[in-house]
Write a protein that binds this ligand. Structure first.
Ligand code: ATP
Length: 319
């Protein structure tokens, strides 16, 4: 009984999703749920399987195994009825450059079945929400990259979906535009929409998401609130060493130190997870120097989602 009630409360219920491409298992059994008004993040590096998961959730591709329910309705690529509950904002822009923002919204709104005063009203609401009301009459080819992205989001919102899916909406935009996009997304859950947000930026997941699934190699490695995820690290600190010289050798040497749990070498520096960073720091810097690394900067970072990812996968969460 309780399980049935929980399922009705959930806008999205994903259970045991699997997607295989030949020998490659792109998604290896993923389950999660999102309630009304909740923003849920899929946080993972490129190639982790995020786009494949949301493509199955949105009914764009068929799963090999598992089920997706949106607002209680089972989703598969042939079910147009269930798809009406979803707004999908793809990574690629899908707007017409020669049309204004308002004309784009009207065009896509009609495709979604909106007409007349309802379409005008909804276009105006969306323009306010995405912060483009004052530029609504400009051709979108004159927009910045961030403004185009916000319009892309607005198009996904027109038909008032119960679930909005955003696939890495800030990739390739400058920091100021990114902030404007994030502000728009922050407003979405206020009126009860469920939001599924994929990103490989830890800061975005931390800022926007009520709950986060950390995803790597097609599987959810851990899921919970930011605080719940951080407790998984056991409170270890992260130490970032920048410099040059024999970084690979330094990584080997540091892995042997008792306080050091993981070392990731990205070529420009080393990222370590360490129990009691302040106490271990001197030994780490000495160890790196003795292995031939010349250290130019040292930073101790309190546990964050990057630490969780490193703790769970042994890798840094980078582009
Ligand atoms: P990105 O942000 O780079 O898109 P992602 O986390 O969204 O990363 P996916 O695009 O879902 O990852 O890809 C997951 C894995 O599945 C990758 O190894 C990718 O190469 C593979 N893959 C995705 N689509 C296909 C396809 N149509 N055919 C074969 N392999 C695919």
């Amino acid at each position: 009984m309780e399980a049935a009630q929980a399922q009705i409360r959930d806008v999205l219920d994903v259970s045991g999703l699997v997607k295989r491409y030949g020998e490659l298992t792109a998604v290896g059994g993923v389950s999660f749920h999102i309630g009304a008004g909740e923003t849920f993040g899929l946080l993972g590096p490129n190639g982790a399987g995020k786009t494949t998961i949301i493509s199955m959730v949105a009914g764009l591709i068929a799963a090999n195994e598992g089920t997706v329910r949106v607002a209680g309705q089972e989703m598969d690529p042939s079910r147009t009825e269930a798809k009406r509950n979803i707004g999908l904002v793809p990574q690629e822009l899908a707007i017409y450059p020669d049309l204004t923002a308002r004309e784009n919204l009207k065009f896509f709104g009609r495709l979604q079945g909106l007409t007349g005063s309802r379409l005008t009203q909804r276009s105006n609401e969306v323009l306010e929400l995405i912060g483009l009301a004052d530029r609504a009459g400009d051709q979108t080819k004159k927009y910045s990259g961030g403004m185009k992205r916000r319009l892309n989001i607005g198009i996904g919102l027109l038909h008032r979906p119960t679930l909005l899916i955003l696939d890495e909406p800030t990739v390739g935009v400058d920091p100021q535009s990114r902030n404007a996009i994030l502000e728009s997304v922050e407003k979405l859950s206020v009126d009860g929409m469920a939001v599924l947000y994929t990103t490989h930026y830890m800061e975005e997941a931390e800022r926007l998401c009520d709950r986060i699934a950390i995803i790597d190699e097609g599987r959810i490695q851990a899921e919970g609130t930011r605080e719940q995820l951080i407790t998984l690290t056991g409170g270890v600190d992260r130490i970032n060493l920048r410099g040059d010289g024999s970084m690979a050798r330094a990584a080997e040497v540091l892995r042997e130190l008792p306080a050091v749990q993981h070392v990731d070498n990205d070529g420009a520096g080393l990222m370590l997870t360490v129990s009691d960073g302040p106490t271990a720091l001197a030994g780490i810097v000495t160890g790196a120097a003795s292995a031939g690394m010349s250290v130019t900067s040292v930073e101790i970072v309190r546990p964050d989602l990057e630490s969780v990812f490193l703790h769970l996968t042994g890798k840094a969460l980078r582009d």
